[in-house]
Every structure is written in C-alpha cells, then in structure tokens.
Design a protein around this ligand. Sequence first.
Ligand code: SF4
Ligand code: SF4
Length: 484
Amino acid sequence: MSGNTSQARTVESTPCAIRRAPARPSAVTALTRAVEGFFVRHRRRLAAVHAAMFVVFMTIIFGPLFTPEAPPGAGAFDHITPFASYVLWGLWFPLVFLSVIVTGRSWCGILCPMGAAAEWGNRFGPQWGIPAWMRWEGLPVVSFLIVTILGQTVGVRDHPEAAAGVFGGTMAAAVVVGFLYGRRRRAWCRHMCPIGLLLGVFSRLGAVEFQPKLRLPGGEAYTEHGVCPTMIDVTRKQESRHCIECFRCVNPEAKGGVALRLRRPGEEVEEIRHHHANPMEVWFLFIGTGIALGGFLWQILPVWQDLRQAFGEWAIERDLLWLAEPGPAWLMSVHPERREVLVWLDFFLIVAAMLAVMALYAALLGATTAAAARLAGRAGADSGFARRFTELGYQYAPVAMVSLAVGLGTALFAPLQLLGFGPEAVRAAKGLLFAASLVWSGWLGWRILAGQGLAASRRWLPLLPGALGSAAIAFGWWPALFGL
Ligand code: SF4
Ligand code: SF4
C-alpha cells in the first residue's frame, strides 16, 4: 500500500513541478518586456524629450533666417543654412521613413515636437468635439497634397525662408487644431497631419506592433473615450497605422491592455485581410507616390523647358502678361538674391505637371491592381473584386516607401562619399536598397494572394500586374537614383 502511495505521489508530483516552474521568456519576449518597462517607467520624462526636440526643431527651421547668407559652395559643416538643410533632407526625412520598418511610428510618439505641441496646446483650449468634416478620411490626403505641392513651388529644399514657412506653418496649424479640438487627444495627428498619414501607411510594414492582450470582437473602432490620444479603441485594435507608440495603453503588470510585440517586417501587410484594409489608404499610396514623383520629375526632364517656352508664347499671343509676373513669396519661390524668381506661369506649370504625374501614376497603379484583382478572381481567389483590389494595393508599400526615402532624400548617401566611397559605390547602395524593395513588394503580393485562398501554382499570373506597377515606379525614380 505504502509503496503504491509513494509511487502515486511521485507520478503526480512530476508534472505539477513542471507546470509550476515559471516559463522562461524567450529573448524576444524579454526584450519587449524590458522596452515596455523602460517606457512605462519613464513616460513622464517624454515631456522633457519633446521640449528638447521642440528647441532643436525651432533652431533648424528658424536659425538660418537669423544668420548671414551662406557663401556659395558652403558644405553641411561650414554654415548653419546648409547644415539645417542636410539635417532636414539628408537625415530626418529619409531616416524617419526608413525607421518605420524597424520601430513603426516611434518618431511620432517619442520624438515629434509637432504632435507633442498640438497635445500640449489642447490642455488650454476649449476642447471642442472633433467635427465630422475633420473625420473625413480624405482630409489628410488633401493636407498631404497641399504641403507637397506648396513645398515644390516655394522651393522648400533650397530656401531657408521656404522651409521656415512650410514647417513653421505646419507646426502652427498643428497647435491651432490641437488647441481647439478633442479632449486630451491629438486630433491633428489622427486627422490632418500630412507626415503622419505617410508614416501610418508604412508603419504597417514595421517590426513593432501594439497588440491588445485580449482583443474584443467587432473589429477596429474609433473612440474619443479611453486612453489613446489618436482615438483608437485599444481593446479592438487591429491595425498599426494610427498608433503613435506613446505607450499609454501599456501596463506590463495588467492582464488586459496592450502589449508591445515584435513581428516580422511586412507581416501586417501579408495578412492585411485581418488588419482593417482601407481603400482610401490604398489610393493615397498611389496618389502619394505619383505626386512625389511629379515634384521630382518636373525639375529634371528636358521637356520641361520646351513646355515652358510653348506656354509662354501662348500667353504672350493672348496678352496674358501677368503670367510673366512673380507671385507672392508665400506661394512661390521669389529669391532674386539667389537668382531664382518663379512667375505665375512657372507656378501653374509646376502644379499642373505634379498633378498630371500624380493622375498618371494613380491610374497606372490602379489599373495594375485592378488587373491583379481580376486575374486573382479568375484563378479562384475568394471574396469580391473591391476587397481583392484593396488588399492587393498594399503590395506597393515597400517600393513606394524606398522610392520616397531614397529619391527625395538623396543626401542620405552623402556620408558614404565622406567615408571615401565613390559615386559607383553610392549608386550600388541605392540600387541594392531599391532592388530589395522590389523583391519585398513582390513577396507581399505573393502572400496577399495566398491570403485570398490561391494555391501557389495559381498565384503567378495575378502577380504579374503588381510586378509591372513596381517596375513603373522604379522607372519613374530611375533618374533620381541613378541619374538620367
Ligand atoms: S502625426 Fe504628424 S504631428 Fe503627429 S506626431 Fe506624427 S509627424 Fe508629428
Ligand atoms: S494604441 Fe496605445 S500606444 Fe498606440 S497610440 Fe494608442 S495609446 Fe498610444
């Protein structure tokens, strides 16, 4: 008897002992817990980071206005004006875009002085409810188009006054909107920020996700109640794009709430069906790619001068002499001291050229995506055409992001030259990055088609239009990346 009892105890005690032993967290879990703990502990200190960033932002934006003109040919470390330009366009712009792949919208939650100023201003304002017009999903797209086109016509990359006007104006708009609307929220960041919209789309590719520990059914939802400054119902959160990674919903000790999770870059897009795919976002991806490309192409294509000449002659024939007059400096570049004065004719031509390239690329990418969705349907993919279209549109995210970051942030590669690498090596680095984005876009297309229920052997044909669309984006950016 006693022997049996003893044996029974031994048999029972072994599994109990195993069950009680605390599970050893994996290295990834340990890392995410450590990051969560760090940010939760130091959350209050973020205000100091934001204040410091505000000072840096103001210095970079307005500092050059209070210093003498930079001597011709001055380098980034010779004078504050080229230095500020390098920081803005060589570092900040491309690095913030590329950083979303690793850390999502950490720029927004941890560093951005604009969003922080909008939220700070909100404490003192009337805190009106967020109106319906502001919630229209096209509003940040409009805001993005206005800022991008204005940036081109005033020469935001070449003139410190223009940079001060565009960035200072955006900061002022953020503070005013923040002051007026929402109750302890960031209405500007969710509904109007042109940069946030771009970062939001690309953050879906990121390796970081804030995921509810217990997700309630019902899908992604908008709420002005709760802890989230960008109005995410954190218990139903499915998508990354509106999450600015502020850590306010994170409590490592609680059973509920939200937890930081590391994931494979691109995972959310691969499984976009389960992450609140959005047609407006997809159209923005097409439009944004086109307008950025238009802003670049008008400056370098030889046909531009011919167009300008022809339009000028047409205006003179009709006695439209005011078209040869400069417009206001807040609308177009008027800098006689730097031998750059745009007239109304230039202004209209630049805007028309940018909108034309935008329309062309939106139509092209829309057509390739529609073809992919149609072919996928014929091959047996599930769900309707509109849903397949929206899901497949996301495959362009990597190639669009790398084009924007590398094409517009050409100074990103300047350090390579400082380190002694020649132009060939720089071109090779850009080419590699770009080739990687093309492959990634193809892979995402492949995985999205798998999510639509297509067997591997049936995915090749619907994949082709996506590859064509990516090739069209690459073709457009080719002069920026490798020269004409
Ligand atoms: S959404 Fe715009 S203003 Fe808000 S934190 Fe991000 S970049 Fe800054
Ligand atoms: S979901 Fe959480 S981490 Fe993301 S913005 Fe909202 S409160 Fe901040």
